[in-house]
Design a protein around this ligand. Structure first.
Ligand code: CO
Length: 284
């Protein structure tokens, strides 16, 4: 059964950090999420005024943050002493767990800065796990070529291309996330099976795209939430298409969010604020 478009969540212009301009689709309002995905931001600008201020030190607790750089260079530093360069084509996968305080600052004063930040929830029993951090450089992320001239970059989960399974560097996460970046030439098709248990969405950032059966136009710069089914079917228009595909197992747990803290209960949020204010993220 082919998944059709269920809901379209337009990316709305906003800013975060110290004034970085971005478009937020998922998470633009607290109830607009797709379990276990909490938020999706796209940042994209050629104007340094839109990004140079970066994201100075700030905390997270209870979920994972994933940054995928399409273009540009940022430096990540955190209170655990990790330092990592996020560069064109690379991914940073950070498990905030019980708490991490980090900054993400641009290492450029001109040129394009483009990419995504995605927040993925953690199950209740993992929200207080030890924080972790993985820096994955572009050359360590497989890109497989399609017969139609397109390509699929496999960041998390796997993709089967002409009988060969291509697996991404991110594995072993409870919600089994799939994260693909697909590029299609004009007027070509793409199919991929996505198990019916998973919640799935697409975000097109270039070109134009139709989804489902019958095909329906999918606007760019929007989170396109897919309905029930076990197969994704898309077709690019006259300018080709570039889009990310995300899917993961829903948690079906209560969510209480206060800014960068995402827990299950109000008491746990109060604890998070108290721990942060009393420097217990650093010493715990
Ligand atoms: Co952050």
């Amino acid at each position: 059964m082919i998944r059709n478009i269920q809901t379209i969540i337009p990316g709305v212009a906003t800013s975060d950090g110290a004034g970085v301009k971005l478009r937020r689709s998922l998470g633009g309002q607290q109830q607009v999420r797709l379990d276990p995905f909490l938020m999706l931001d796209e940042f994209s600008s050629n104007d340094p005024n839109d990004y140079v201020a970066g994201f100075p030190a700030h905390p997270h607790r209870g979920f994972e943050t994933v940054t995928y750089m399409l273009e540009g260079h940022m430096l990540h530093e955190d209170h655990l002493g990790n330092q990592g360069h996020l560069k064109t084509g690379g991914v940073q996968w950070m498990t905030a767990g019980r708490g991490i305080i980090h900054s993400e600052m641009p290492q450029q004063v001109s040129g394009a800065m483009r990419g995504f930040q995605l927040w993925i929830n953690l199950p209740a029993q993992e929200k207080m796990k030890t924080p972790g951090y993985q820096d994955i450089q572009a050359e360590d992320i497989p890109i497989t070529s399609l017969q139609n001239g397109g390509s699929v970059k496999v960041i998390a989960g796997s993709y089967e291309n002409q009988g060969q399974r291509v697996s991404g560097p991110i594995q072993g996460i409870t919600t089994t996330p799939l994260f693909l970046d697909v590029h299609l030439p004009p007027h070509t098709s793409f199919e991929h099976s996505i198990a019916k248990e998973l919640n799935a969405f697409i975000y097109a950032y270039e070109g134009d795209l139709e989804i489902g059966s019958p095909l329906k136009a999918a606007p760019k710069q929007s989170a396109i939430v897919l309905g029930d089914g076990d197969c994704l079917q898309v077709k690019s228009g006259s300018t080709g298409a570039q889009f990310i595909v995300l899917a993961a197992l829903p948690l079906h747990e209560p969510i209480v969010q206060y800014g960068p803290f995402v827990m299950n209960t109000r008491a746990e949020i109060e604890q998070a604020i108290d721990d942060y204010q009393n420097n217990r993220f650093v010493t715990a």
